[in-house]
Design a protein around this ligand. Structure first.
Ligand code: ZN
Length: 363
């Protein structure tokens, strides 16, 4: 590969710029998460849920040779793991399933019993903040964004936020939950216990005395739930989806989003960091910024269909911004906001001095 010294300087400049943003995002997202969790002690109306898929668990048999010889086969179990933070409590949990789907619709089935648990045990909680990594096939895509904007309200919550860790830096406490359960499963198998499928794994883990709160979602239940989600066919992606690190709900179907979470106002739609708005199809009539406070809906027994999303009535005279139009910071009316997010002062902490040195060295 050949090029001029100028080409080299350009390449290094571009690389440093990307690295600077990456390094800033890593620190910022961790700091935001820490600040939000600390705030929970004084915010009994909020909770945080850190989620992650553990690698599928390989089920097996205590007496492997004989069992497999007589026709048994290996199955895998999905483990959607996490930690629920409420007040100063940290509750590890895992949804176990024989369904192998990891798509957004399935994710909301794995989350469903966790949200029900919050509703039943912490009735003061009205806002749910979610932390996850950002793989585009699972959490960071238009279908999950849409479901996030809708499903919490259906369950009677008033809003919340979804915060993505920077790419490659999503490992957290949720991983430890999955690892711990897998070790327990392996130990039981090595002691001769058959764990042939997800349901058996769930039962064995329940009986093992684990402190992890366990939920089981059968493949049949999951397929039924996801079939009733009524996903619209005309979903369009939020602009700049790959850069987004935070979504905030203001009302059902209405999302505000930005490239990084604001660590100074954890979980709030505070207008910092270039907050923008987006409205999903079917929810255009709902005014942004007007939260709906429906009564907590009782959890329907299995088999009862999930009620359709509640569409709030628009307040007269409340203008609706077009998708992608930035929301000005509170208290700064009529001030234009840059549509693209400029580097904040904090991002400039990594000095460009190195670059100057490089430029001088090659001259
Ligand atoms: Zn802020």
């Amino acid at each position: 590969m050949r090029g001029t010294v100028g080409d080299l300087v350009d390449a290094v400049t571009a690389g440093l710029q990307d690295y600077r943003t990456h390094a800033f995002n890593i620190r910022n997202q961790y700091q935001h998460q820490r600040n939000l969790r600390q705030n929970l002690a004084t915010h009994p109306d909020e909770c945080a849920i850190h989620i992650d898929f553990s690698e599928n668990y390989n089920c097996g048999f205590g007496s492997e040779v004989m069992a497999v010889h007589f026709g048994a086969s290996h199955q895998q179990a999905t483990l959607h793991t996490g930690i629920l933070y409420v007040g100063e409590e940290a509750i590890p949990f895992t949804s176990v399933s024989d369904c192998r789907r990891h798509d957004p619709a399935a994710i909301w089935s794995y989350l469903s019993p966790v949200l029900d648990y919050v509703s039943q045990n912490y009735p003061d909680v009205s806002k749910v903040h979610i932390f996850s990594d950002g793989p585009t096939t699972q959490y960071r895509n238009k279908t999950n964004f849409y479901l996030f904007s809708r499903e919490l309200y259906i369950r009677g919550f008033d809003g919340g936020s979804w915060n993505f860790s920077e790419a490659g830096h999503g490992k957290g406490a949720a991983d430890g939950v999955g690892a711990s359960l897998k070790r327990t499963g392996d130990r039981l198998q090595s002691q001769g216990k058959d764990v042939p499928n997800a349901k058996a794994l769930y039962t064995a883990l329940q009986n093992s005395g684990t402190s992890v709160k366990l939920f089981f979602i059968s493949d049949t239940d999951l397929q039924e739930q996801t079939a009733h989600l009524n996903l619209p066919g005309n979903l369009i992606p939020i602009p700049g989806t790959m850069r987004i690190h935070q979504l905030i709900l203001t009302s059902q179907g209405h999302i505000q989003y930005r490239d990084v979470s604001c660590k100074d106002h954890p979980g709030d739609a505070c207008g910092c960091e270039g907050l923008k708005a987006f409205i999903f199809p079917g929810f255009e009539a709902a005014p942004p910024g007007v939260p709906i406070h429906p009564p907590r809906v009782p959890i329907p027994p299995p088999g009862v269909p999930i009620p359709p999303p509640r569409v709030p009535i628009p307040a007269p005279g409340v203008p609706i911004p077009a998708p992608g139009v930035p929301i000005p910071a509170p208290g700064t009316p009529n001030l234009p906001v840059e549509p693209s997010v400029p580097l904040s002062p904090a991002r400039d902490q990594v000095s460009l001095l190195q670059l100057c040195y490089i430029s001088r060295a090659v001259k």
